[in-house]
Design a protein around this ligand. Structure first.
Ligand SMILES: Nc1ncnc2c1ncn2[C@@H]1O[C@H](COP(=O)(O)OP(=O)(O)OP(=O)(O)O)[C@@H](O)[C@H]1O
Ligand SMILES: [Mg+2]
Length: 282
């Protein structure tokens, strides 16, 4: 029984179809990688699952089902739920982390308070209990000197630290699914590797399933169990990560894979050469 089952999901902006008849499932504890070039519909898919896409935009979810298996074994179609129900699902069942942690954090509150507040809202914990748990979350996401850092403001932290805070907020209420939309793209390469390593480790420790959105096939190879490949609002291919890498069925997927720089591929060149996905496929 999948944890999440998305079927025929279709999302439009006025006349434009941003997500077209998308079907996929996520099993408990599994990492589903979602790849595809800019504008292919990855974020719109994620925001639709969270029922955040129609807020403040002209988006309409015109068709489909997003079925979540609840802890009691029942199934909820998230597309049929009212906003109060969705608010309790967000955080408690499904959490989401975004690319740029600075825009998701409140600049005027210390980071520890922000984790504690998430706990109070979702779990109704007391102030004391939630601060103690926030302190534990600092250890979980491997932030050193937790006692000092818990009182810092977002601007006092590095990008990597801020993303650790976002991961802590995402995981603090024990969601069964974490949706991470380009969680490391805004970070420099060495920090990207650390954050990805952390996400992967926490996922094993906590058993949380993950939908990981990225442009980066290298990241997919590192962390995904299965892969969904999107192009122009549609899923063009999906399968286990080994199959996608070793025997991709679609030329589009082969194009994405050929765009992954190979070690030593710059030998004899002064700088990176631009690649052309369409040209590479021709
Ligand atoms: N708020 C919006 N209003 C109008 N169109 C939108 C809006 N958000 C997304 N779109 C359009 O929907 C399509 C899918 O966008 P989406 O953000 O899902 O792409 P993406 O795959 O996440 O790309 P990226 O890799 O650049 O993040 C794009 O054509 C985009 O322009
Ligand atoms: Mg996106």
């Amino acid at each position: 029984m999948p944890l999440l089952s998305v079927s025929d999901l279709t999302v439009t902006f006025d006349d434009f179809t941003a997500v077209d008849s998308v079907d996929f499932t996520i099993e408990p504890g599994e990492t589903l990688g979602v790849v595809g070039e800019s504008g292919s519909g990855k974020s719109v898919t994620a925001l639709s699952i969270m029922r955040l896409i129609e807020m403040g935009t002209r988006a309409k979810i015109t068709r489909g089902r997003v079925e979540l298996e609840m802890p009691d074994g029942s199934t909820l179609d998230l597309l049929d739920q009212d906003e109060p129900t969705m608010r309790s699902i967000r955080g408690n069942q499904i959490a989401m982390i975004f690319q740029e942690p600075l825009t998701s954090l409140n600049p005027v509150y210390p980071v520890g308070e922000q984790i504690a507040e998430a706990l109070r809202i979702h779990e109704g914990s007391s102030r004391k209990a939630s601060m103690a748990r926030a302190r534990e979350m600092f250890d979980l996401v491997r932030i050193p000197e937790a006692d000092k850092r818990i009182g810092q403001y977002p601007h006092e932290m590095s990008g990597g630290m801020r993303q650790r805070i976002m991961i802590a907020i995402g995981l603090c209420c024990g969601p069964r699914l974490l949706i991470a939309d380009e969680p490391t793209t805004a970070l420099d390469v060495t920090i990207q590797a650390q954050i990805l390593g952390l996400i992967k480790q926490l996922q094993v420790e906590t058993g949380t399933a993950m939908m990981l959105i990225t442009h980066d096939m290298g990241v997919i190879a590192e962390v995904a169990d299965r892969v969904v490949v999107m192009n122009q609002a549609k899923i063009v291919e999906q399968g286990p990560v080994e199959q996608i890498f070793h025997s991709p069925r679609e030329s589009y997927t082969r194009g994405l894979l050929s765009a992954v720089p190979k070690l030593g591929s710059m030998a004899g060149h002064d700088g990176p050469r631009p690649f052309n996905l369409a040209g590479d496929l021709a």
